[in-house]
Design a protein around this ligand. Structure first.
Ligand SMILES: C[S@@+](CC[C@H](N)C(=O)[O-])C[C@H]1O[C@@H](n2cnc3c(N)ncnc32)[C@H](O)[C@@H]1O
Length: 206
């Protein structure tokens, strides 16, 4: 699993790597980003949106360009530098989300919180705790929209893992909806899940 230095080293090549990759782990990447983007309600102009693990800002920039007031959390200074160049007005915070929410966002309320390809760095227990923490930042009617390497069932997860035995990253903890659903519901986190590609999906929490 990469730390902040690993992501710093990846930052300049990240967009090209994703664009040129086939299969796991980025199968359906652009469809996942589209799906997350399309779950945002744009009826009210200028929604306030937090992007957790924004990276080079591929999704974040679409939100920003469409008039969202963008905030973001990422621990890689190189990723943040690239994103800042595209979005000078955004509020980017360099922080490690595995340590919980940074102070800079604790008193801010958001209409939407998005995260793509980042939360698989947290184990299931920490994921649920962190999602509950994020939920406390939502305005009424807000949503958390998470796109990531994810599966509806354990058997679909195992099928994908067997299909990609060589490149599979055993350190990353992917969402298996049927395994995490009851923990989310027990914390009052209503959730739905949509499979988008063979190895990615979108989890929505309201
Ligand atoms: C695979 S990239 C995804 C970037 C972007 N969201 C996308 O969809 O292309 C993961 C991003 O999450 C950030 N990240 C991973 N773990 C993190 C952590 N514990 N705290 C803050 N940022 C983290 C990395 O620095 C990186 O920018």
């Amino acid at each position: 699993m990469l730390n902040d230095t690993g992501f710093d080293l990846w930052a300049e090549n990240y967009d090209r790597y994703v664009a040129e990759s086939n299969g796991y782990p980025f199968e359906g990447y652009y469809d996942v980003l589209d799906h997350v983007y399309n779950r945002i309600d744009w009826d009210t102009p200028g929604p306030k949106i937090l992007d957790v693990g924004f990276g080079t800002g591929t999704l974040t920039y679409r939100l920003y360009r469409n008039g969202a007031k963008v905030y973001g959390i990422d621990f890689s200074s190189k990723m943040t530098e690239i994103a800042r160049r595209k979005m000078p007005e955004a509020h980017f915070i360099e922080a490690d989300f595995s340590r919980g929410l940074p102070d800079e966002v604790k008193n801010v309320k958001f209409d939407f919180i998005v995260s793509t390809y980042a939360l698989h760095h947290l184990d299931n227990e920490h994921k649920v705790d962190f999602i509950a923490e994020l939920k406390s930042l939502l305005n009424p009617g807000g949503k958390i929209i998470i796109g990531d390497i994810a599966f509806k069932t354990t058997s679909e997860f195992e099928k994908c893992r067997l299909y990609y035995p060589d490149g599979w990253d055993e350190d990353e903890i992917y969402i298996v909806f049927d395994e995490i659903r009851s923990s989310l519901l027990s914390r009052g986190l209503d959730c739905t899940y949509t499979q988008v590609s063979d190895c990615a999906g979108v989890l929505v929490i309201e």
